[in-house]
Design a protein around this ligand. Structure first.
Ligand code: NCD
Length: 330
């Protein structure tokens, strides 16, 4: 990852006079949750909370008027791309949407660095989703403008983890002292890779529930253990459900499997139903980055503990905060 101080120096002259060039995140890339500490999160939550109030009061406002965001998606997306679009437009900025790379020069064999160099001629910030781990870091190496990682293969999804943490904070008032149970595809799910790391900034207990073949990568377990976080792995939810404050459910990532027979064997490993919730705390929240493909039964949607639709909305405010911050307007 690029040195942040270097990136500020390199990038700042590209933004117009009048920006708050001394703000904490001005001109920086958002590549991995590893770049954040607790103070950063508190700051981001504060700005996101203000964004929420502003949206509820006035809908949109002109904080980023004249700024342009390029949304460059090499993988499918509904929530991430449309929430960044909405975030930019609610802040008065505009968009270059490249959601269908098959119709761009990428289809003619253009390299990622060249596509990035092109887009930064026209945009002030680039949001990138790409199937390869490290793609955003590579893009950031070539870019003078900030790159925001919207998912790099099975690597990380830092803005999702930030919105997940913000959801927990807004719903439960704190992250300290909670038991968070991550369930499903912990091997290929980039959202859980980022979220587990981010949670380790707090005094949490983390449970991992997955089939044997989809266990959380050992390097993530080791990284988190170094921070003295209690962690436990299970094959079933049963032993963990009673103590859980946040149940974070994930989709089995079909597109990452080389062997589709293996996918078929594990795809329905867990289904959260109304019955599952009988044993859960009354104040537990159920989260999911979505899309879901059967791992949470629709009968759960009306339970007040189902926070996954509210979670999408929190994502808008966090992404508004991040855009304002990297563009020096927070
Ligand atoms: C996630 C992703 O793309 O990693 N979705 C999202 O961004 N909300 C999770 C998933 O696709 O399962």
């Amino acid at each position: 990852m690029k040195e942040n101080s270097l990136s500020i120096e390199k990038k700042s002259r590209y933004l117009p006079f009048g920006d708050q060039q001394d703000s904490l995140f001005y001109g920086k890339d958002i590549l991995s949750v590893k770049q954040f500490n607790r103070d950063d999160l508190e700051y981001i939550f504060g700005v996101a909370h203000e964004m929420r109030e502003m949206v509820q009061r006035v809908g949109s406002f002109d904080l980023l008027k004249g700024k342009i965001l390029a949304n460059l998606f090499y993988e499918p997306s509904t929530r991430t791309s449309s929430s960044f679009t909405s975030a930019m437009e609610r802040l008065g900025g505009s968009l270059i949407p490249i959601n269908e790379v098959h119709y761009s020069s990428v289809a003619e064999g253009e390299s990622l660095p060249d596509t990035i160099r092109t887009l930064e001629c026209y945009a002030d910030v680039i949001v990138l989703r790409h199937p390869e781990v490290g793609a955003s870091a590579l893009a950031a190496k070539y870019a003078k403008k900030p790159i925001i990682n919207a998912g790099d293969g099975i690597g990380e999804h830092p803005t999702q983890a930030l919105l997940d943490a913000f959801t927990i904070y807004e719903e439960l008032g704190t992250l300290d002292g909670l038991t968070v149970t991550l369930l499903g595809d912990l091997k290929y799910g980039r959202t859980v890779h980022s979220l587990a790391r981010l949670l380790s900034l707090y005094k949490v207990k983390i449970n991992y529930v997955s089939p044997e073949v989809l266990r959380i990568p050992s390097e993530i377990l080791e990284e988190i253990a170094e921070k003295n976080i209690t962690q436990a792995e299970f094959n079933t939810l049963e032993p963990a459900i009673k103590e859980t404050d946040v149940l974070y459910v994930t989709r089995v990532q079909k597109e990452r499997f080389e062997d589709l027979d293996q996918y078929e064997q594990v795809k329905s490993a867990y289904v959260i139903t109304a019955d599952t919730l009988i044993r859960a705390k009354k104040k537990m929240i159920i989260m999911h980055p979505l899309p879901r493909v059967g791992e949470i039964s629709m009968e759960v949607d009306n339970d007040p503990r189902a926070a996954y639709f509210r979670q999408m909305e929190y994502g808008l405010y966090v992404r508004m905060a991040l855009l304002a911050m990297v563009l020096g307007k927070s």
